[in-house]
Design a binder for this molecule. Structure first.
Ligand SMILES: *[C@@H]1O[C@H](CO)[C@@H](O)[C@H](O)[C@H]1NC(C)=O
Ligand SMILES: *[C@@H]1O[C@H](CO)[C@@H](O)[C@H](O)[C@H]1NC(C)=O
Ligand SMILES: *[C@@H]1O[C@H](CO)[C@@H](O)[C@H](O)[C@H]1NC(C)=O
Ligand SMILES: *[C@@H]1O[C@H](CO)[C@@H](O)[C@H](O)[C@H]1NC(C)=O
Ligand SMILES: *[C@@H]1O[C@H](CO)[C@@H](O)[C@H](O)[C@H]1NC(C)=O
Length: 468
């Protein structure tokens, strides 16, 4: 008796990655329909002369001895003495037997293969909030110790064997049904896809007139549009809620794009053109929009929405803030003037954010970094070296978020000599006028004298001295 039962045996069930370490003549193995399982015989048989037979019920499947054997039959095969059952079928859940003889020792080991069914009593694709009815079932075992069964969700949290949870993002991924029997653990896995949108960035997305920005939105799992349509999608769209300017209370949302669900799925533009374009990859679930140059009027919330027939609405909001740099009194200046540069966002800076000025290379102004509060840069007297590109950078800890640029044009102040030249122009003009006037008068006088002489000739008087 002793001798026959003391062979420690190691069993592998490949697809389930289960390692069973047993000692005993009967094994219980849980398997799902269609799995491939490998049953390993007791160790130590390859001494001298051995005979190995594998049975299913009373039917001999394959055999092997030190002279040769029959190693394959239907979808059963022998490898190193182990029986491999490829793609197990419904009628093969039952008892397999390994009969082994060597050195006058005879063993008979039985392997009970029990069907483990895991299923979701609905589609594998669920929307957040929809019930997710999971079923994990085994055939009843006529054994005093019943198996303990529970589910582990992708976060490794325990649920009861027939659970109906309302799906959330946390439920996306692989669930495992865990069967514990005789202190041995069997797991069967099932993949659940929760159809949702990827989380929106928590922080606003910062951009400027000179920085392109993509507003992200995408479908979180790899789900085809056919599957999404099968879930009853009604519509999809992008909306824009402009950041209300101080005097206005709220602004009506603007529709930007509408999803056209005809095959192939595409975006159609709606309403006012705000210069946004959809990013490529819609067929793969990328719903993002992009734009190269952002304006202050583009500050606000961008909302990406998918609506389903059963009332489920998926939406994500992306806040966009545009960094703006402005100059007072303007960008055309004369050296010596006072200049105020202002770098602004629609909201005050958070405590971990700062702004940094980048001054033109030749400028003598000192670049400054500053925290919350003041976002001004004042120059009491600009000079021509301050002309060029000024930038204001927005930083969060050690990361540069965006930058805005302004170009200043500064004319030199008029010099004393230039003033002299400019002031002398009217004097020269006046002098010239006087000169012209004088010349003119002299000419007139000359003419008169000439005429006078001519007159004398008309009325000739005898030349010489006449005495009358
Ligand atoms: C057969 O078993 C021997 C020793 O136990 C091992 O070295 C060999 O890799 C095994 N072959 C296969 C195909 O499993
Ligand atoms: C699956 O759902 C249907 C109805 O939705 C129900 O009748 C059936 O009992 C469920 N099956 C299991 C195993 O829960
Ligand atoms: C699931 O949601 C329904 C309503 O949608 C609610 O009545 C039910 O209690 C929820 N179930 C769980 C387990 O939260
Ligand atoms: C987003 O969805 C929630 C509920 O799912 C809804 O209350 C909210 O109004 C939606 N937001 C927009 C902008 O449509
Ligand atoms: C610049 O700002 C200061 C203080 O903020 C103000 O007194 C001054 O008038 C401003 N100058 C211009 C040209 O805007």
């Amino acid at each position: 008796g002793e001798k026959y039962q003391r062979h420690g045996t190691v069993w592998f069930v490949h697809k389930l990655n289960i390692l069973l370490v047993l000692s005993g003549a009967e094994e219980v193995i849980y398997a799902q329909l269609g799995e491939t399982i490998t049953l390993k015989p007791p160790e130590g048989y390859k001494s001298h002369n051995y005979y190995l037979y594998w049975y299913f019920g009373d039917v001999e499947l394959v055999w092997l001895n030190y002279l040769g054997g029959n190693k394959e039959w239907m979808h059963f095969s022998l490898s190193n003495g182990s029986l491999k059952v490829t793609f197990i079928q419904q009628e093969q859940f039952g008892t397999f037997t390994c009969k082994l003889t060597w050195d006058g020792v005879k063993t008979e080991t039985t392997y009970k293969i029990i069907k483990l069914s895991v299923s979701v009593n609905s589609s594998f694709v669920v929307l957040p909030g929809e019930p997710l009815p999971l079923v994990c079932d085994t055939e009843t075992l006529h054994s005093p110790n019943k198996p303990e069964i529970h589910w582990l969700n992708p976060q490794e949290e325990i649920h009861s064997p027939s659970v109906t949870v309302n799906a959330t993002n946390q439920h996306n991924g692989q669930w495992a049904c865990v069967v514990t029997h005789d202190k041995k653990i069997h797991k069967a896995k099932i993949s659940i896809l929760v159809l949702d949108l990827s989380p929106a960035p928590l922080q606003p997305q910062y951009t400027s007139k000179s920085s392109p920005l993509t507003i992200p939105c995408s479908i979180s799992s790899h789900i085809s549009w056919e599957q999404i349509k099968a879930k009853g999608i009604q519509e999809g769209h992008w909306q824009f809620f402009q950041k209300p300017s101080s005097c206005l209370k709220s602004v009506d949302p603007q529709r930007l794009f509408q999803l056209s669900l005809k095959k192939p799925v595409s975006w159609s533009k709606e309403g006012e053109d705000r210069g946004l374009t959809p990013v490529s990859g819609l067929e793969k679930g990328v719903l993002s929009l992009t734009k190269k140059q952002w304006k202050v009027e583009d500050r606000g919330d961008y909302v990406c929405t998918l609506k389903f027939n059963n009332g489920v609405t998926l939406n994500r909001t992306v806040h966009v803030d545009v960094l703006q740099i402005s100059a007072s009194p303007g960008i055309h200046l004369i050296s010596g003037q006072q200049l105020n540069l202002t770098c602004s966002l629609s909201y005050p800076l958070s405590s971990d954010m700062s702004m940094k000025w980048i001054v033109p290379e030749q400028s003598s102004q000192q670049p400054v970094a500053f925290q919350q509060g003041s976002t001004y840069f004042t120059i009491l007297r600009v000079d021509t070296n301050d002309g060029g590109n000024w930038a204001c950078e927005l930083w969060q800890r050690n990361k540069r978020l965006t930058a805005a640029v302004i170009t200043l044009m500064i004319e030199p102040k008029l010099s004393v000599w230039m003033l002299v030249i400019i002031c002398s122009v009217p004097v020269i003009v006046l002098l010239s006028l006087i000169l012209v006037f004088i010349l003119h008068r002299r000419r007139k006088q000359k003419m008169r004298r000439l005429r006078h002489r001519l007159c004398k000739c008309k009325n000739p008087k005898p030349k010489g001295f006449y005495r009358t």
